[in-house]
Design a protein around this ligand. Structure first.
Ligand SMILES: C[S@@+](CC[C@H](N)C(=O)[O-])C[C@H]1O[C@@H](n2cnc3c(N)ncnc32)[C@H](O)[C@@H]1O
Length: 246
């Protein structure tokens, strides 16, 4: 099945309903800021958020850092700019972008999941490394690794109401057809009720799935000293890599 990535194109208007920037994103960003404080070996004033999407992490990080966001999707970047008019946003592909500057810190959050083969995964970390000052810190958070992946895991969000009065529910399913390769598929069903009238939309993404050992090796090989933290969100626990640029 082909990737559609409609959440970042024609259905991007649904993105603000998928998680409140002032809630779970704020909690995660406090954790990220703490890791940067603890591990950076230079003062961290500037931060690049790679795969910044609609700018929900930026919304929280801009209190502490001068933030630049980078994303592939012009539609998502437009949302990020609206939420964070004081920050800088750049369109680019995390595998190949080259900005004419470096940063004290870089965040690679959920967007790194879109690196669906080892070659892209390595290229994204090489690009990050090229944009970090020596002693600066990269924070990278795998959504899942081969150790934590749950076949056919299906979650549904609580219904959220848009400002126009539409009720939206997101249903997300993950499936790995071949554990020997480096990717799995995410299928999303959007249930949109317009004053009771149901509209169903679907979406599909191919996402990378690597072991913790592969994460550690690729991070070391792309120029980082690797440290690890555990981030707790409700009943879930995530490994977070805090990587100091050598
Ligand atoms: C779930 S959203 C990120 C949301 C973000 N963490 C926030 O704070 O709002 C994932 C983003 O990854 C971006 N993305 C996917 N592949 C990319 C690539 N190769 N380079 C840059 N961005 C990419 C998508 O365009 C999308 O905006």
């Amino acid at each position: 099945m082909n990737d559609t990535r409609r959440l970042y194109t024609d259905l991007a208007w649904l993105w603000p309903m998928w998680g409140d920037p002032a809630d779970e994103y704020a909690h995660y960003c406090r954790y990220v800021t703490g890791l940067i404080d603890r591990h950076a070996t230079r003062p961290a004033r500037t931060l690049l958020d790679i795969g910044c999407g609609g700018g929900k992490n930026v919304f929280n990080l801009k209190e502490t850092f001068s933030v630049t966001g980078l994303d592939l999707s012009p539609t998502m970047l437009a949302q990020a700019r609206e939420l964070n008019p004081e920050c800088t946003f750049v369109e680019g592909d995390m595998r190949t972008f080259r900005l004419d500057r470096t940063f004290d810190a870089i965040l690679m959050d959920d967007a790194i999941s879109y690196m669906a083969c080892l070659e892209d995964f390595e290229a994204a970390f090489r690009s990050a490394s090229a944009h970090l000052e020596p002693g600066g810190i990269l924070i990278a958070t795998p959504d899942v690794t081969t150790e934590t992946f749950q076949q056919n895991r299906t979650i549904a969000t609580p219904a959220t109401r848009t400002p126009e009065g539409l009720d939206v529910v997101f249903v997300e399913n993950v499936y790995d057809a071949d554990p020997a390769d480096d990717y799995y598929e995410t299928t999303v069903i959007y249930l949109i009720r317009d004053h009771g009238r149901l509209r169903i939309e679907t979406d599909h993404w191919t996402m990378g799935l690597f072991s913790l050992g592969t994460w550690r090796r690729v991070l070391r090989e792309t120029g980082f000293e690797v440290r690890e933290g555990l981030y707790e969100a409700g009943e879930e626990e995530y490994t977070v890599f805090a990587c100091v640029k050598r």
